[in-house]
Design a binder for this molecule. Structure first.
Ligand code: PMP
Length: 452
């Protein structure tokens, strides 16, 4: 089975060409701004990967609010990308905007805790069931810092990840299985260290491989998303995490659950929703309503080991933390977001919308007889170009098809619907309306009709 089964490929290519031309015609202001930007921005965009979307030139955003944004040409979009989770609870949520406005004249950063630090930590502990917390500016940083603490606390240098994982720009994790052999990711630029020396990689959902890899007793932690979300979605098989947690504990290895994307599962993330007991948790992106902010929490036992590592270390730089981490501004935004935006009520609403969305996508796919599947993790939904949901990273990679993906994304975008680039992920937020859903499902249906 291939990703293009059931499609009329020449029609797909013709459609993609038409959509590119249409995009150019409809976005003169974005095009003019892109031309200006090209004079002084490397690659013509503030972040090089903003050029890797399906569009001939970057779509320039004018403003974003709730489930919508407007581009430089005044066109309005229903946003199912939501900043790839950063705006998972909607753009500029009112309570966060109010907290930011309040803090705007009260200082941003002082290298000291603000009034909001303790209440935020209390709330994180309550939600995630972990008593001790630290902060960072991004989930990438939070993962990086946590790895440092865990290596220091355990005296073990190695890390285990799952094939096809992504945990931000944490260099350690960019090791793939290529024909079963751990191999430094070929696309990783400028990395001079041999990452395979300290990173072990196995397939997700393979308990025997996990057990065997941990056997040497030299692995500090398993760093995992509870559901893989960055290679297309890969769900754990029933019972996988229960057994995997036992294996990990038996080898004296720690389990770090990265909830940055799976926070879509509920207010305490996937681990809380599914009764997992990780040693540490990382969360980033939407934590402060989309402002740069991330947090990592740990058990009492791990906290004691980490504190011991710090006390035992020589004076000097720990290599953990940055000046602006836990700044007053982010703390104020995070507090408002946790207390008033990321609420159980918001999740209840999002789950209902996501269910409707997933059902609608499945119905559209079935109508055209395409061998595709739809996977859902709470408010996060993804369609994949294969009949059966993949069981591991290798299988998931085989269901990716950039050319097909881009044709669909651009078709949707030209009809006022944005979905997450680089895979087929859709998020709903509390402000997503019935009309937004219908707009998406109609455009998706029309797109599929044009492709088969
Ligand atoms: N963890 C996971 C699971 C992610 O998907 C990402 C980013 N997509 C990160 C961490 C890193 O987040 P950031 O880019 O905000 O540092």
């Amino acid at each position: 089975m291939g990703t293009r089964d059931g499609l009329n490929w020449p029609r797909v290519q013709a459609l993609a060409a038409r959509e590119r031309a249409d995009y150019v015609a409809r976005h003169p202001a974005s095009q003019a701004l892109a031309a200006q930007a090209a004079q002084h921005l490397l690659f013509g965009v503030p972040m090089h990967w903003m050029n890797d979307w399906s569009t001939p030139f970057a779509l320039t955003v004018n403003e974003a609010s709730g489930a919508h944004f407007t581009d430089a040409d005044g066109l309005q979009y229903a946003d199912f990308c939501l900043g790839d989770t950063g705006a998972m609870f909607g753009h500029a949520p009112v309570p966060v905007a109010a907290a930011i406005a309040r803090q705007a004249t009260r200082g941003y950063t002082a290298m000291l805790p603000s009034n909001d630090a303790a209440p935020v930590a209390i709330e994180l502990a309550r939600r995630f069931g972990l008593p001790y917390w630290q902060f960072a500016l991004s989930a990438s940083d939070a993962n990086r810092f946590l790895l440092r603490w865990l290596r220091a606390a355990t005296g073990r240098s190695k890390l285990l990840v799952f094939n096809g994982c992504y945990h931000g720009t944490v260099d350690d994790v960019f090791v793939d299985l290529v024909d079963g052999v751990p191999t430094q990711r070929a696309s990783l630029l400028g990395q001079a260290h041999d990452l395979t020396a300290h990173t072990v990689v196995v397939e997700f959902n393979d308990l025997d491989a996990l057990d065997a890899a941990l056997g040497a007793g030299d692995i500090a932690c398993v760093l995992a998303e509870p559901v893989m979300t960055n290679v297309g979605m890969v769900l754990p098989q029933p019972g996988y995490w229960r057994a995997a947690q036992q294996i990990i504990a038996r080898h004296g290895t720690l389990l770090v659950i990265d909830e940055t994307h799976t926070i879509s599962s509920g207010p305490g993330g996937y681990a809380q929703a599914h009764g997992m007991r990780p040693d540490a948790v990382v969360i980033g992106k939407p934590l402060a309503g989309g402002l740069p902010c991330a947090a990592y929490g740990m058990t009492e036992e791990l906290a004691r080991r980490v504190e011991h590592a710090k006390r035992s270390a020589p004076d000097g730089h720990s290599g953990i933390g940055t000046t602006l981490s836990a700044n007053m501004f982010a703390m104020a935004a995070m507090r408002a977001n946790l207390e008033q935006v990321m609420t159980q009520d918001a999740y209840t609403q999002m789950f209902a919308l996501a269910q409707q969305l997933a059902d609608g996508l499945r119905a559209g796919i079935a109508r055209r007889g395409l061998p595709w599947c739809v996977t859902q993790v709470g408010a996060r939904t993804e369609f994949q170009f294969g009949l059966v949901p993949p069981q591991n990273g290798s299988a998931a990679k085989m269901l990716m098809d950039e050319e097909l993906e881009q044709a669909i994304h651009l078709y949707l975008l030209n009809r006022g619907v944005l979905i997450t680039p680089f895979h087929n992920m859709l998020l709903v937020c509390p402000a997503t309306s019935e009309a937004d859903l219908q707009r998406l499902l109609q455009a998706f249906d029309d797109c599929l009709a044009a492709l088969v």
